[in-house]
Design a protein around this ligand. Structure first.
Ligand SMILES: NC(=O)c1ccc[n+]([C@@H]2O[C@H](COP(=O)([O-])OP(=O)(O)OC[C@H]3O[C@@H](n4cnc5c(N)ncnc54)[C@H](OP(=O)(O)O)[C@@H]3O)[C@@H](O)[C@H]2O)c1
Length: 438
């Protein structure tokens, strides 16, 4: 539904007849009217089913000429788009082995705004590892035909509430549903944006209709690309840190530091005054992590990395780790047990190395705890965003691609895994600065 204009005038009868026959309607509230069209399509379309913005304007002119007062008229805003390009999950052809679903661009209708909804013009969207798992058919509850993407940011360009303070504000979308604030877990059915049946919403789209309470204002120090790198990974990192129960002066290990979640966990922990050690498959990523505040790191590709970690801790006069934040799974508890304090926590949010975790009696006798985690609540998202705003943290962006047409390149980069930070797709106007920079 597009808000066309507002005025403080009483309309004459012929005008009401015209608007009704053209598919418009007016709402009256305290002597103030709003003219709506539910049928505006393209700017130059005409006819009752395709009312043009120009026709809407002429209705307003008619209204002006026939009104008793000409004060406080505002002209119609440009009509809103009715369709959007989106990146859609399409079934892998049966002959393709191993299975790899397609990601195709489709033009789709933009649904009309229902009460409590806003329309966001997306400025940037971000990949997560799960987008790749989804194409490989290795992620649960996916829905063929749905739109990709959990992360995205842009500007609110329309709202079901004409006086919505969110109008024209830069926002990002919360990436999950069903979890308001319970510290233990979701209060109701939990779902993530992108490629699933619930919620039926993905961010890889030029325009997105979303519940207004599920958009949060973008911190002023971040642009759309930087905030698009934040929601899913930032929320997961924030809750992992909370579950690790660490505070200033503690020492921790974060594994696979090239990952989106791991990097944000490092940035947040560094801002908290926590001493962070990392693992990576690449020395250059360790070096980059040190520039972001890590104390040092070891290569997990070297089988004796736990010994190397012990040496590194010694060099930094660190007795023991308080916690491990892990994305790999597999042997992480066994391998870090020797350097983790009694009662220390391993918080695991991923299974990049293996979809299981082994544990022996040594970890049990040391009362070391394995804690699983998945994303977080909306309350966590708000608290985490306040933290990065206060500490002016800028999520690391590895590459900015231009337009949904470049999505395949993004998937290839995710598969290669050589990035340090998030891979972003910028939507809308081309930015000459936008380039892949791995
Ligand atoms: N539970 C949740 O809520 C949640 C949320 C987000 C992600 N995840 C999961 O967490 C994992 C990482 O996600 P992401 O989006 O951050 O991925 P990503 O950006 O693609 O990064 C994955 C990272 O895993 C590291 N890695 C690869 N092989 C490894 C190994 N054998 N041992 C340790 N680390 C290894 C790599 O680190 P280096 O580049 O440093 O070598 C790589 O950068 C995925 O399994 C994802 O599905 C879970």
């Amino acid at each position: 539904m597009s808000k066309a204009c507002q005025a403080h005038l009483r309309p004459p009868v012929p005008y009401a007849f015209l608007t009704a026959s053209a598919g418009c309607r007016e709402d009256w509230d305290d002597g103030r009217f709003t003219l709506y069209s539910t049928t505006v399509k393209q700017p130059n379309d005409t006819g009752p089913g395709n009312l043009s913005s120009r026709y809407l304007e002429s209705l307003m002119t008619f209204r002006l000429l026939h009104s008793t007062s000409r004060r406080q008229i505002t002209m119609p805003t440009p009509s809103l788009p009715q369709t959007t390009k989106a990146l859609i999950l399409r079934q892998s052809p049966p002959e393709r082995k191993p299975l790899f679903h397609d990601a195709v661009i489709q033009e789709q209708e933009i649904p009309q705004l229902k009460p409590g909804e806003v329309l966001v013009k997306m400025g940037a969207v971000a990949f997560n590892h799960r987008d790749l798992w989804i194409r490989k058919g290795m992620y649960p509850r996916i829905k063929i035909g749905s739109t990709f993407g959990a992360d995205g940011a842009g500007t609110v360009i329309a709202s079901s509430d004409p006086s919505d303070p969110l109008l024209n504000q830069r926002v990002f979308l919360t990436p999950m549903r069903g979890w308001e604030s319970d510290p233990d877990g979701p209060e109701s059915t939990f779902g993530m944006l992108g490629s699933g049946a619930f919620p039926p919403l993905g961010t890889f789209s030029e325009y997105v209709v979303v519940e207004r309470k599920e958009v949060l204002k973008t911190p002023a120090h971040l642009n759309d690309e930087q905030i698009a790198a934040w929601p899913l990974a930032g929320l997961t990192a924030w809750r992992s840190i909370a579950l690790a129960k660490i505070s200033k002066g503690d020492a921790i290990l974060i594994t696979g530091i090239g990952g989106g979640v791991a990097l944000l966990a490092l940035q947040i922990c560094a801002a908290m005054g926590v001493h962070v050690f990392v693992t990576s498959g690449s020395q250059s990523k360790i070096d980059k992590a040190v520039k972001l505040g890590a104390k040092g790191g070891v290569l997990y590709s070297d089988g004796s990395w736990p010994d190397a970690l012990g040496q590194l801790l010694k060099q930094h006069r660190i007795q023991q780790l308080s916690a491990v934040i892990d994305s790999g799974g597999a042997e992480i508890m066994v391998k870090t047990s020797k350097y983790l304090k009694y009662g220390g926590r391993v918080v695991c949010y991923g299974m990049t190395a293996a979809p299981s975790i082994s544990m022996t009696m040594r970890e049990v006798m040391r009362a070391q705890q394995l804690i699983g985690t998945t994303m977080g609540s909306r309350a966590d998202m708000i608290a985490a965003t306040e933290f990065i705003a206060e500490h002016r943290i800028v999520p690391a962006v590895a590459a900015v691609l231009q337009g949904l047409e470049a999505a395949e390149q993004g998937f290839e980069m995710m598969e290669k895994g050589s990035q340090f930070g998030k891979i972003i797709i910028k939507l809308g106007k081309e930015d000459t600065q936008g380039k892949a920079n791995l």
